[in-house]
Structures are given as C-alpha cells and as structure tokens.
Design a protein around this ligand. Sequence first.
Ligand code: SF4
Ligand code: SF4
Length: 232
Amino acid sequence: MKLRMLVVDVGGCEGCPLAVLRSLPSIPLDVEVHSQYLGNLDLELRYDIALVTGSICINDEVAVAKLKKVREISEIVVAFGSCAAVGGITRFCRGGQDPRPEHRVFQPITSVIDVEYAVPGCPPAPQIINALLVNLTRSASPFLKVFAAVAKVKKLSGFDLLDDVVLAGLCIGCGACVLSCPTNALQMIDQRPDLIVEKCIRCGTCYVRCPRASQILLTRYPAQIKVLARGV
Ligand code: SF4
Ligand code: SF4
C-alpha cells in the first residue's frame, strides 16, 4: 500500500527537506511524496505522515493557521530537524528575513501543535529518516521512544547535556556527543565533553545521541508510541 507523505517547511534553511528528498531512493517503502511550501500547501488531501521542517514564526498568523491545518489533515506529524523539534539555530534570529519579526519569535513547531515525534539533527542523518519511516509503518519499535520523548521538550542543547549528564556525574566518556555535533562545539577534555559555548547552535543532537541523556528523556517523558493505523 502506498504511503502518502507531506514534506513541508515552515521557516528553515531547506537543508532538512533536501535531506529527506535525497534519502528517499534508499527507503524500502512505496512512498508518494508531496514536497510543498507552506504558501501553496494543498489542504484538500489527507496525509499518512507529515514531516514538518523549520521553526514557526509566531508573528505570522497565516503560517500558524496553516501549521495547525497540517496537524488536522495528517495522521502522524513529525517535527523533523532541530529547528522544528527544539528551535535550533533560529533561537538566535532577530528579524532580517521574511516575515521580518521584530525579535526572537521563531519557535519549534511543538510550541503551536502537538506532534507524535520530534527528531533533532542539523539536518538529521539519512539513516534516521529511513529507520523512522520503516518503524512508523511496521512496528512500535523502541527506536521511536526517544523521539516521542523529544516531542514533549521545547529546547535541547549542549548546555542541557552538560547540566544533566556531565555535571551530574553520569558521563561515561564515550564521546558520542562529540562525534554527533555538527559545529564541533564539543571537545573531550580529561575524557569528558566540554562545550565551546559560542559554537553551540542549540540543535540538541548531542543530547539524543548521548546514551545517558536519552535515558533521562525516557524517564522524564514516558513515551506514547503511535504507528500508522493501517501499516504499509
Ligand atoms: S553542542 Fe553541538 S550537537 Fe549539542 S546542541 Fe550544541 S551544536 Fe548541537
Ligand atoms: S555521549 Fe554522553 S556519556 Fe558519552 S561522552 Fe558525551 S556526555 Fe558523556
């Protein structure tokens, strides 16, 4: 059975939608992809899955209304990429781009709508896209739990990693956080990660990759796993 998937960007750099489209040839599913801009969104169709990328400008009433409509017409909504999931680099935005907000008004889409899953990454790795779609269509896998937990969080960053794991004495020095950071904002010093604060774009990738931090997420936010009702 064909899977109807919406890929829509609400205010990002387009890196995440590009990452989705580039990974599609390797996905072992029959997927009908509708890649659209928020401005010309086809609201007549219904979708099995909506991958929403970018953060939402809460000054833009039209964009906010359309995002809510995406929620209505989609069985499963995924906040895909760091901006949609936890705000990411757009936390630092101050106008200068349409719709030219006056001050920091970009928010993760979870500030406006409930989503089933949030996947940090700047952009997320192609393997994550592949595994996410397979698990959503075939099984209620533990793989989904951490992304269901992130859907309940409004921000995640290297600061949270240091507070919750390193300074709490839970770090085992595995280095996964350092390897996952897209801006080299983490470095190992004395077998523990240290944060170069000026480089952290608050993407949250390190937090979900850390085996300790992901356990913290699962404890704080017991996961509600949802997969597609009809499967594929
Ligand atoms: S330390 Fe790196 S991976 Fe972690 S939130 Fe900052 S930029 Fe992202
Ligand atoms: S991923 Fe977690 S446990 Fe591993 S080095 Fe980083 S903070 Fe420590």
